[in-house]
Design a protein around this ligand. Structure first.
Ligand code: AHR
Length: 495
């Protein structure tokens, strides 16, 4: 087994790892909202105010910090007034973007904010720029947050909510370079400035406004937005990047399960592209915002594969394997490592869509390998990144190469080191010989997620992939020696 040296310096503290990096995304898409999160009060599936109890409990276990809604592409077609008031009066419409199914608007603003209350997370609302007006967006903010006498506050009260809600995160449009209006960067940057003005801060409520950012490596978009930055109204710039087997958007033909080896390698290689994207977009942002006041908000990331056989292609329902677990761990390690600029990230999407943490079918629910990564790595939330350096190995295959290992280390307020190491090599195990500087590593506990690259959980066999206690390490004077198996993710709490 190859030995790789690692150094961790507990005194070299870097940026805070915001809990919002462990955020999620829910869209009116397929069975994410309807059936996944929300079943309605009259459902036989156990629920509280229409929210599935099993799903809410599982999400509470993850300590989900923030949930983005209502889209996605749906957001720029969503008119929030269609989703308030008595159910029987709510407009029924066709969800043209996602599967052409009926949207009855039974899940709207009140229901979303009730869901966030039950989960215990911050709401992150995405306003409609593509097909909505400035007035409509402005009134939504007023409806939710104004604590006084105004037409929207009165309407909210008529609909049964006396007190305003506290809303922090608010996005001014989604993918306005594409489904959100097909705009040029220069044009959108002015549109953003205009809409953002009318998203008011009422009373104590201070909005954290997020501008639509680039798709993948569209550096021109970032440059144009940053050049035209209105700093007082811009707290974040969104980045979207999905991991696929190839980079042709039109082809989601790669299976999520039973995939060939070459697909595994390409997916891991492509997920590492996130590092380059963060570095290059951050470098542009640094030129205009050296103080790093504006966050890079990776509010859509994750894998995108072929839908499960027999399901509506517009529903984006895919299974989730050990490969997805590695993708999640590599990305979360990258976000931790770049937490000086990346202050929120939202995996797409929370239930039944793309790289979900939970899948449901009727009253059944299963936790995916990605769920287990979020449960393991939640220990990094609200900790401080510390300096760590690890020698690495390279996995080389016929179409490219990628680093075998990924890692991040942080320190919590109890003075414990939290460390996650992911090994994406399918062939090699490694011994990591880590020196912990300025830290007494006198006790440690660890959990591991491991299995074959294509292992996954089903409703019938929900525990094929799940965390287990990990003990193949030894504490030594001034450090720790760890034997990391192939295709595994290990999370340590040291001290
Ligand atoms: O997450 C699915 C879709 O991907 C979102 O609606 C859109 O923003 C992105 O293109």
């Amino acid at each position: 087994m190859k030995t790789l040296k690692m150094t961790i310096d507990a005194n070299h503290k870097k940026s805070k790892i915001n809990k919002e990096i462990y955020g999620h995304f829910s869209e009116h898409l397929g069975r994410c909202i309807y059936g996944g999160l929300f079943v309605g009060k009259d459902s036989d599936i156990p629920n509280v105010n229409g929210m599935r109890t099993d799903v809410v409990e599982a999400l509470k276990e993850l300590q989900v910090p923030v949930l983005r809604w209502p889209g996605g592409c749906f957001a720029d077609e969503y008119h929030w007034k269609d989703g308030i008031g008595p159910l029987e009066n709510r407009k029924k419409m066709i969800n043209t973007h996602w599967g052409g199914v009926l949207e009855d608007n039974s899940f709207g603003t009140h229901e979303f904010l009730e869901l966030c209350r039950q989960i215990g997370c911050e709401p992150y609302i995405c306003g409609n720029v593509g097909s909505g007006t400035v007035q409509e967006m402005s009134e939504w903010v007023e409806y939710m947050t104004f604590d006084g006498v105004s037409p929207m506050a009165e309407l909210r009260k008529q609909n049964g909510r006396e007190e305003p809600w506290k809303i922090k995160y608010f996005a001014v449009g989604n993918e306005n370079w594409g489904c959100g209006g097909n705009m040029r960067a220069e044009y959108y940057s002015d549109v953003f400035r205009r809409y953002a003005v009318y998203c008011r801060n009422y009373g104590e409520n201070k909005l954290y406004k997020v501008a639509c950012g680039p798709s993948g490596d569209d550096y021109h978009w970032t440059e144009a937005l940053m050049q035209n930055l209105d700093k007082k109204n811009t707290q974040g710039l969104a980045l979207h990047y999905y991991t696929r087997t190839n980079n042709d958007w039109s082809k989601h033909t790669a299976p999520a399960t039973n995939f060939p080896l070459i697909d595994y390698y390409n997916v891991i290689k492509n997920t590492w592209v996130m590092e380059e994207l963060i570095q290059k977009h951050s470098a542009i942002m640094d030129q205009y915002d050296p103080e790093k006041d504006v966050a890079l908000v990776v509010d859509e990331w994750g894998t995108w594969f072929k839908v499960e056989e027999g399901t509506n292609p517009g529903f984006l329902y895919q299974q989730n394997t050990m490969r997805d677990a590695l993708v999640a761990a590599i990305n979360l390690n990258l976000f931790n490592q770049h937490s000086d600029r990346v202050r929120m990230a939202n995996i797409a999407q929370i239930v039944n869509v793309l790289q979900s943490v939970i899948l449901t079918e009727g009253d059944k629910m299963v936790l995916t390998p990605t769920y287990h990564i979020f449960r393991m790595m939640k220990e990094h939330m609200e900790t401080t990144l510390v300096h760590s350096y690890m020698e690495n190995d390279t996995v080389t295959y016929e179409e490219g190469s990628f680093p075998a290992l990924s890692q991040s280390v942080s320190i919590n307020d109890k003075g414990q080191l939290i460390m996650t190491i992911a090994n994406a090599s399918l062939e090699n195990a490694y011994t990591i010989d880590a020196a912990t500087l300025n830290f007494k590593a006198d006790k440690a506990e660890a959990v591991i997620l491991t299995g074959g690259m294509g292992d996954f959980n089903t409703f019938e066999e929900p525990e094929n992939v799940k965390e287990a206690a990990f003990t193949d390490f030894e504490l030594k004077d001034g450090g720790i020696v760890i034997n990391v198996p192939a295709c595994s993710i290990i999370r340590f709490i040291i001290g």
